[in-house]
Design a protein around this ligand. Structure first.
Ligand code: ADE
Length: 276
């Protein structure tokens, strides 16, 4: 998969590309990433990419042409690389793919902005299935609306707050998407146990030492009894979800979940009666 980021501040991403999950995904050749600067597509010798809004008002808006051209350039780059990969691959004799790879390429152009649809785990999983995603970071007081109207497939927000630019949101999206690419996390089960992969919060986890300042790791986790451990984990995940995010339980529950929830409620009312 390829993720291209369109940003006026490419240097923001240096540390991001060279650490953690993104670095591993790139090294494992599951992911390739790049940042393109719309300033390189400025139509003006001063590298200007913003201008005052029509109709008046404070602040500057990013202009549409440099953004369109930056996006078109990463699309063309991806298409030509894919094309040459197909042409040199002796195994691939499907002529339709050789002449025009765009038709078979799954691509999504996304604008990062607070007016977009909220970003979720579900969306991360969906985006991980594309061949190429392009994340456009806005800046200044906004962006000429023709970008959202005529260039992008969707706008994504990472939360109900306004940041100074789309760079942090683009990193959030790229990180969450990268971990959903098959093979990136190594053990396939890694992502599945994450909060929100299953629509439950993660259960509590512990590591050494077994006792710290008088707080012991629950016995069951040290018992080596895999079935009991799995049940304990599921029950704790349900307890936590019920307490912190009850909205996540407003869905059809599995039989096991119903059984465990009944136990949780019974134990809770026993505790409450005991306290009275
Ligand atoms: N750009 C500025 N604020 C943002 C937000 N909350 N989500 C996505 N992009 C943004």
């Amino acid at each position: 998969m390829r993720i291209d980021i369109v940003s006026l501040f490419p240097e923001f991403f240096d540390a991001f590309f060279s650490h953690s999950i993104i670095k591993r995904a790139i090294e494992a050749e599951r992911l390739s990433m790049g940042v393109i600067n719309p300033r390189d597509f400025s139509h003006n010798k001063h590298g200007q990419v913003d201008d005052t809004p029509y109709g008046g008002g404070a602040g500057m808006l990013m202009m549409a042409p440099p953004i369109f051209e930056a996006v078109e350039s990463v699309i063309a780059q991806y298409d030509s690389e894919t094309n040459s990969a197909y042409s040199t691959d002796e195994m691939c004799d499907e002529m339709s793919l050789i002449g025009n790879p765009s038709e078979s390429i799954r691509r999504r152009i996304i604008f990062m902005g607070p007016t977009g649809q909220p970003f979720t785990q579900e969306k991360a999983r969906e985006l991980a299935m594309y061949d190429q995603i392009v994340l456009i970071c806005g800046h200044y007081e906004g962006v000429d609306y023709r970008v959202e109207e005529h260039l992008v497939d969707e706008t994504i927000s990472i939360g109900d707050y306004v940041l100074t630019g789309g760079e942090l949101p683009a990193m959030v999206v790229a990180d969450a998407v990268a971990r959903m690419i098959p093979g990136v996390l190594g053990a396939a089960s890694g992502a599945q146990e994450d909060s929100f992969y299953e629509p439950l919060l993660e259960c509590p986890q512990y590591t050494k030492p077994p006792e710290f300042r008088g707080w012991a790791v629950p016995d069951v986790l040290r018992s080596g009894h895999h079935k009991n451990i799995a049940t304990w984990r599921q029950k704790e995940a349900l307890k936590r979800t019920r307490l912190l995010r009850p909205d996540l339980l407003e869905r059809p529950l599995t039989k096991e979940e119903v059984k465990l929830l009944k136990e949780i409620i019974a134990e809770e009312s026993e505790r409450n009666t005991g306290e009275v």
